[in-house]
Design a protein around this ligand. Structure first.
Ligand code: ZN
Length: 397
């Protein structure tokens, strides 16, 4: 049965529209934002949004790194190296070992050039090279690959036609201790493997519409210190406090817990300021808080949702129970997803028990509480009328 997890992102600092994102050291810490045009009788709105692919990419890179760098004991590291040695020896006559050796070496040279490895000594021993590789990228390679790395990503072997490439990929997966597809790819998918979860775009729903701030910068010529003619650039800024709503759609029940775990890891990372949204620029831009079930979140009077407190809960999509304030929201998400945001009623007056006083001549007097009731009875008795009392509501003993 399909389940839907609501996710809300609240911006804590100013955030740039667009992205200068780099995917470096396997840590994409950047989410791009785009503006979704939406027209109605009032005109065209441009709503900041985070594309589903971008959110999924951040979730994936965060979780890959988290799993891959899990603590591995020295004894386990020895075991991993022993098994790598066995695999390499089994294939020693093979040209594939030579090819992988070159590829790992090339990868390590890249790391050395950006300072991730100090004093890299070149070697032709694949086991030694892999020891360094795992030291840098994390030893828990059996649970997580790096999907953006041509070398390390999981691939569905059955879709590779070239026999040589297939053998090479097969050996790599053995060296990394992965029998098939890693824990991350089996949930999110990889080339030749379908993911078991889908994401919607995350769309700014509170306030709606968002007024973007525009700042124009002038390019200053570094040498002359004067403004360069015609070199103005405009930057669009989303103010802090804006809330984005999106959904993860679980297509197979078996991955629900793992997706919740992924989201939790991302949430913790956001709390520590280690991931951000939009172009980074000056540090401090784009920090955010992630809200997940069973948390509660408040939407304002200017929200596309009703004002008030909502409880996030994962659930099957259903049409009933959806709190819809404006038609606009129906153009952004399937209505059945909205039932995962449950309105929390707070501070409502409690009328647990109330009384009806029915007189002889069938006059019905409603009273809200004991004081009102006593007052009514007093008046009836003074007037010499007969009556009976019927109580309604819940009793708490
Ligand atoms: Zn993988």
């Amino acid at each position: 049965m399909v389940k839907v997890i609501p996710v809300v992102i609240e911006l804590l600092s100013v955030t740039r529209v667009g992205s200068t994102g780099v995917y470096f050291d396997y840590s994409s810490a950047d989410i791009v934002t785009y503006k979704l045009p939406l027209s109605d009788s009032e005109g065209v709105y441009y709503i900041p949004a985070i594309p589903a692919t971008s959110f999924k990419g951040l979730l994936r890179s965060t979780y890959e790194k988290y799993l891959r760098r899990k603590e591995v004991s020295d004894q386990e590291k020895m075991n991993i190296l022993e098994s790598i040695k066995r695999e390499v020896n089994n294939n020693s006559s093979n040209e594939i070992v030579g090819k992988l050796t070159d590829e790992v070496k090339e990868e390590l040279l890249k790391y050395a050039s950006i300072g991730l490895i100090k004093d890299f000594k070149q070697s032709n021993d694949l086991v030694q090279l892999l020891r360094i590789y795992l030291e840098v990228t994390g030893w828990n390679s059996k649970e997580a690959c790096y999907v953006t790395s041509d070398l390390d990503q999981c691939v569905n072997l059955s879709i590779i036609e070239d026999e040589k490439v297939k053998k090479e990929r097969e050996l790599w997966q053995k060296l990394m201790g992965r029998d098939k597809i890693c824990k991350v790819c089996s949930v999110l998918g990889t080339s030749g493997v379908r993911g078991k979860v889908k994401f919607t775009d995350m769309i700014a729903v509170d306030p709606f519409p968002v007024f973007l701030e525009r700042t124009t910068h002038i390019s200053i010529n570094r040498l002359t210190g004067t403004a360069e003619k015609g070199k103005l650039f405009t930057e669009e800024i989303i103010p802090p406090g804006v809330k984005f709503l999106g959904f993860a759609v679980i297509l197979e029940d078996s991955v629900l817990d793992q997706v919740l775990d992924m989201l939790k890891v991302l949430k913790d990372k956001a709390d520590r300021g280690e991931v951000w949204i939009g172009g980074r620029g000056t540090s401090g831009y784009g920090t955010f808080k992630l809200y997940l079930p069973p948390e509660e979140i408040k939407f304002s009077t200017r929200s596309l949702l009703e004002e008030g407190l909502f409880k996030l809960k994962y659930d099957e999509p259903k049409r009933e129970g959806a709190v819809i304030k404006t038609e606009v929201i129906k153009r952004l998400f399937p209505i059945s997803f909205m039932s995962t945001l449950e309105k929390v009623t707070e501070g409502e007056p409690q009328h647990e028990v109330w009384y009806e006083v029915i007189t002889d001549d069938n006059q019905v007097i409603k009273t809200e509480n004991i004081e009102e009731l006593n007052k009514t009875i007093g008046e009836l008795e003074k007037a010499g009328k007969k009556y009976k009392i019927v109580s309604h509501g819940e009793y708490h003993l």
